[in-house]
Design a protein around this ligand. Structure first.
Ligand SMILES: Cc1ncc(COP(=O)(O)O)c(C=O)c1O
Length: 372
């Protein structure tokens, strides 16, 4: 059987269910109101971030040249790891070349037959994939269900357990009950891993939800994050006790067998952190914008930047996004398999830095599209 005979029926099956995904290459300088990207604070194009990135390319070149344990660790990587840990309030940090690989690395390095993984049903695909690779027993629990987490931990036979959640959920846009989860983890001799991909730069005045909950630096709490959303760069990190960092350097396969993050991406993230330190009020505009967008869409307020609007089905979601685009507003869609509950959605990301006129226009467009 040729590749076409193999793949064309699969493509046709996706198409018939309205689930085909298509790339839309952006043109430079496109004149759209962007409610689809994850550059929540506009830092990807901030002149201070861009200048730092260019300077790093001139100093270090285009790539990191090797894996982190060979020649792929530069002074910028070390500086960034300390800066991230201190910003989020953790003892130590380790930078990976993406947030996806950070989750993969830490979960597989802590997983195995002696570790139970208790995973919220709405965690990001990178955590789902990590649990699959980990060779651990996995209990998937209903969304934000602290009692189910407690039961799974209490009934386990494994000596170790890791509870997996997100601080601000990437699809639903709501928050995890971090205080309760951390208390349960502590009581049950487990570790809580919080993916702050949508928290850092957004919640807790930018420092994230773990810090806002007073859990920064707790020995049984691990933070993972991406540099590619509010920080406007690329890459990911695991933040936690120094003993964890040491373990990951030796055991996290997605760290060891992967070329180090480009030094320029480190410089961009460092410059973005500087901006956040100098302008601690910057994340506030995300929340006011998110509240306006949620009101326009008739959905409840979001915990962070992601405003999630349930739609009748995948075709309706795509058609609605196309109508927004035709009116100058780029929005995202969530369709299976990106939605654990199977409900397709429009995904709006609230950006700081929209002008009042842009926000008014975006709200009017969303209101019209959602009303049908
Ligand atoms: C919750 C969550 N975790 C992890 C990731 C992966 O991060 P990265 O894009 O840096 O691989 C993302 C987004 O892509 C995310 O939304």
């Amino acid at each position: 059987m040729g590749l076409a005979d193999w793949l064309e029926p699969k493509a046709a099956a996706l198409e018939s269910r309205g689930l085909t995904r298509r790339l839309r290459p952006r043109a430079a300088g496109e004149d759209l109101i962007d409610l689809a990207g994850n550059d929540y604070l506009g830092l990807a194009t901030d002149p201070r971030v861009v200048e730092a990135t260019v300077a790093a390319v001139r100093t270090w070149g285009a790539g990191s040249t090797a894996s982190r344990l060979v020649t792929g660790t530069t002074a910028l990587h070390a500086e960034l790891e300390q800066a991230l840990a201190s910003y989020v309030g953790q003892e130590a940090g380790l930078v990976f070349s993406s947030g996806y690989l950070a989750n993969l690395g830490v979960v597989t390095a802590l997983g195995g037959p002696g570790t139970l993984l208790v995973s919220d049903e709405h965690v990001h695909a990178s955590i789902v994939d990590a649990t699959r690779l980990s060779r651990s027993r996995v209990e998937v629990v209903p969304h934000n269900d602290v009692d189910a987490v407690t039961k799974a931990l209490a009934e386990r036979n494994e000596p170790h357990a890791l509870v997996l959640t997100e601080s601000v959920f990437s699809v639903l846009g709501d928050a995890a009950p971090l205080t309760e989860l951390a208390a349960v983890a502590l009581a049950q001799d487990a570790v809580l891993l919080v993916d702050e991909a949508h928290g850092i730069g957004v919640t807790g005045n930018g420092h994230g939800s773990v810090a806002a909950a007073g859990l920064a630096g707790a020995e049984h709490v691990i933070v993972t994050m991406t540099l590619s959303k509010a920080l406007g760069s690329q890459g990911g990190a695991v933040l936690g006790p120094a003993v964890l960092r040491e373990h990951l350097v030796n055991r996290a396969r997605s760290f060891i067998f992967d070329t180090g993050l480009a030094p320029a991406a480190c410089a961009a993230a460092l410059a973005a952190l500087d901006v956040l330190r100098q302008e601690p009020d910057r994340p506030e505009a995300i929340h006011t914008t998110a509240a306006r967008l949620a009101a326009a869409a008739g959905v409840k307020a979001a915990a962070g930047a992601v405003v999630s609007i349930p739609m009748a089905g995948p075709r309706e979601a795509v058609a609605a996004a196309e109508r927004c685009l035709a009116q100058g507003v780029a929005v995202g869609t969530f369709r299976p398999p990106s939605v654990p509950d199977g409900i397709s959605r429009l995904r709006l990301t609230a950006r700081a830095g929209l002008s009042p006129a842009q926000l008014d226009h975006a709200c009017a467009v969303i209101e019209g599209v959602v009303a049908g």
